[in-house]
Every structure is written in structure tokens, then in C-alpha cells.
Write a protein that binds this ligand. Structure first.
Ligand SMILES: [Zn+2]
Length: 415
């Protein structure tokens, strides 16, 4: 118990604070006590602090939240280390999208969530296919016969802090096998638990060609099963069965879906297209959340050497394509916090919230980024994490996975 009301554990001075949850965008000092934000202001009154750092020349933001990652390390073939993806990439909360399912979630909880320094949450894979290592060449992920709704409802009730939603694949491969059975079950589970869906779009699993769904109408049909608060993943993907496909104009059904509360997520991954992003941004369709979809190699166990994108890199690319800084910061702080229904706790620097903070340098200078199709864009600025604060603890990220921000000519490898 700290009885000295003006005694803080950590003070971050002179940083430029951007906190869209409170419309803050100016220089402010932040004080932390017992893992929580204790004060924020222009000039803090006289105080004592165990540790003070100067963040002059840096941006101080609520801890970044990456809504789409894969961190079931050593169990799924493409699982990365949660702290490499999290605190060591400038991210205080990561959400694992579907690397664990009904049978493997308890292991995910004990071996990853309970051990990582990063705050790890989960969108559980809808079916039991996540039992074994992720097999990208196989199928069965979304077999409606392998979904046990009662078991999922029970699991969600047991783990309300970690289990925040359900992941479902609505790619051409799954739909060609099980039609909309996939989405029907996802809807039922979501309705029963009150937890949102995260829906993968874009071809992923092998397609049964005779049943290939119409690429131009696939996402439109999928969205009809979604409710306000559900998220469409990979909104700027280059795939023909993706959100935009080969269209040049944003379709009316997508605008109507956004209007009724369906959310778009970047889910960078291997299919992000600058062209499509630019086209959609110009027409006013922005991602509600920016996420990385970082994952390891799908073929070689525990190999991340191909990884040439990151959350901070994704933000920098979208800024180069026209997104303004404050909107971008909202997309990795308060917006994903609301998807997780955790906005009282994270995604904000409000007094009393958890002291999870990301401190970044906005590095000026031309920087070359490439997309999955080899298209290039020159960014004038890029966001490089300098420190994170996690539950009040100051940490210097090692940034091992931030190759896209540290090596200008990182080769684009298609997998
Ligand atoms: Zn993914």
C-alpha cells in the first residue's frame, strides 16, 4: 500500500501524448502507481518518483493492441513467441486468432497466456480442428460436424478474461465443402455467448472446384450472417474472393454492412495489397482496427525468418497510403479495446486504467515498403517502438521481429 499520494513508481515526462479515447493530442506528463495510470497532466505538481524517463521527441500512446496474431508457439506450426510479437514489438496486448480450439485452449492458457509478459487474449477457433498442429494443406477446420456448441459456451463462461471471441474461416475452401454451415454455427455460438466473431476472408484452404463459390458474392453472403461488433478480417487483401476482389468501387452492400456496425480489420498477413488499400481509403472505407496477422512459416516448424511485416510497420504503411496519425493510433488502441470489450482496462490512458503504454519514435525520412504483390510505396515517416510499459513496468523492446522497420530492403518472400 502506497500511502504517499504524490509518490509514483514511474513518471513519463515531456512526451507527445496521443490518446484518442480522451481526444488527447499534445505534450503531457503521465504518472504511474501500482500498475495503474495515477495522473496525467500538463505539469504534474511536485512529486516523488522511483523512476522518471524523458519521452521528449517521442509519442506516448495507450499500449498497442494487435487484434490478429498467431502465438501458440511450439504447438501450431506457425505459432510465434507471444512476447516477441507483443512487448518486444511495442505491443502490450496480442489477440491470438484461432490457434487454439476447444481441446487445446486449456494448454494455450497455461503455456502461453499465464507465462507471457504480454497480455494475451484469444479468439477461439470454432471447431475441433485446432486439436493438432495447424495444417494449411488440409481441411476440416470448419467442418460443421466438428463443432460442439455446448462445450464452447461452457469454455467461454470459464475464461471470460482471456476468451474474447470466436474465429471462423469463410474462405472459398471451407465454403466449397460446408457451404454456409460454417457461418450458421458461428452465429449460434456468438449469440449464445455474447462474444463477437472474427471472420477470415480470402482463399486459404484447398477448394473443391465443382463447388467453388462465386468470388464476387462470397463476402456479401458471409456478411449477411454477421452482426454489429463482428469483424471482417483481411479487408485490404488482394484475393479475388476477398472483400474488394477485382472491384474498383466499394460495393453498396459493404457500406450497408459498415453502417449496421460490422467492423473491418486490416489483418496484414501475406495478402495485403497497397492498391486495394489506397482505393478503399480514397473512397472513405478505413479499417476499424489495424492488425498484423504475424505468423511463422506454414511449412517449417518454428521459423520466422520470412517475416517481413509487423504491427508498427502496418501502421506506417497505412499512413503512407493516406491514413492520418490519430486515426491510425485509434485503430491499435481504443478500437481493438472495444472489440475486446476491455476499454475500461486497456486502449486508454484514463486515470485508473492499467498502465499499459507504447512509446514510439516517429522516424522521418524516405522508407521503402513493398506489399504482397511486390508493389512499392515510399513512406515519409515510420513508427518505431522505443519503450513499452506493461502493468507499470518499463520495458525496452528488443524488436527482433521488426525487420520491416529496421532493414529498408527486406526482401518480399511469397509463401
Ligand atoms: Zn491469421
Amino acid at each position: 500500500m502506497n500511502t504517499n499520494l504524490n509518490g509514483y513508481d514511474l513518471v513519463i515526462k515531456d512526451g507527445w501524448v496521443i490518446d484518442p479515447s480522451q481526444s488527447l493530442n499534445r505534450p503531457l506528463d503521465i504518472a504511474i502507481r501500482e500498475g495503474k495510470i495515477a495522473a496525467i497532466g500538463d505539469k504534474l505538481p511536485l512529486y516523488e518518483a522511483k523512476q522518471t524517463i524523458s519521452a521528449a521527441n517521442y509519442l506516448v500512446c495507450p499500449g498497442f493492441i494487435d487484434l490478429h496474431t498467431h502465438v501458440y508457439e511450439w504447438v501450431t506450426i506457425s505459432g510465434l513467441n507471444a512476447d516477441d510479437v507483443g512487448i518486444n514489438s511495442g505491443v502490450t496486448t496480442v489477440v491470438d486468432q484461432g490457434s487454439s480450439g476447444r481441446f487445446t485452449f486449456p494448454g494455450f492458457k497455461s503455456d502461453i497466456v499465464d507465462i507471457a509478459k504480454t497480455d494475451v487474449r484469444s479468439f477461439l477457433l470454432l471447431n475441433e480442428g485446432a486439436n493438432g498442429p495447424l495444417d494449411i494443406t488440409g481441411s476440416g477446420f470448419e467442418n460443421p460436424e466438428k463443432v460442439d456448441i455446448e462445450a464452447l459456451v461452457e469454455l467461454a463462461a470459464q475464461h471470460p478474461q482471456t476468451l474474447r471471441g470466436f474465429k471462423v474461416f469463410a474462405d472459398s475452401g471451407s465454403i466449397s465443402r460446408w457451404d454456409m454451415g460454417v457461418m450458421e454455427l458461428a452465429r449460434k455460438v456468438s449469440n449464445r455467448t455474447g462474444l463477437p466473431l472474427y471472420v477470415h476472408t480470402g482463399e486459404l484452404f484447398p477448394v473443391v472446384e465443382v463447388n467453388r463459390p462465386q468470388p464476387q458474392t462470397l463476402v456479401e453472403t458471409v456478411v449477411s450472417y454477421m452482426k454489429a461488433g463482428d469483424t471482417v478480417g483481411h479487408c485490404y487483401s488482394c484475393q479475388s474472393d476477398g472483400v474488394m476482389g477485382s472491384r474498383t468501387q466499394v460495393p453498396q452492400w459493404l457500406r450497408a454492412a459498415i453502417e449496421r456496425g460490422i467492423l473491418l480489420d486490416l489483418g496484414h498477413g501475406l495478402k495485403f495489397s497497397f492498391d486495394i488499400a489506397q482505393r478503399m481509403i480514397e473512397q472513405g472505407v478505413l479499417p476499424h482496427t489495424i492488425s498484423s496477422d504475424v505468423h511463422g512459416n506454414f511449412v517449417v516448424v518454428h521459423d520466422d525468418s520470412h517475416l517481413g511485416y509487423s504491427l508498427c510497420g502496418a501502421i506506417s504503411k497505412l499512413m503512407a497510403l493516406g491514413l492520418d496519425l490519430t486515426t491510425a493510433i485509434a485503430s491499435v488502441t481504443i478500437n481493438p479495446a472495444r472489440v475486446l470489450k476491455a476499454e475500461a482496462e486497456i486502449g486508454t490512458l484514463k486515470i485508473g486504467s492499467r498502465a499499459d503504454i507504447t512509446i514510439v519514435e516517429l522516424v522521418e525520412g524516405d522508407w521503402l515498403f513493398s506489399d504482397s504483390l511486390g508493389q512499392k510505396v515510399i513512406a515519409k515517416q515510420r513508427l518505431v517502438p522505443v519503450w513499452v510499459v506493461r502493468s507499470g513496468e518499463l520495458i525496452q523492446p528488443h524488436r527482433r521481429l521488426l525487420r520491416d522497420l529496421q532493414h529498408n530492403t527486406f526482401p518480399v518472400v511469397s509463401v
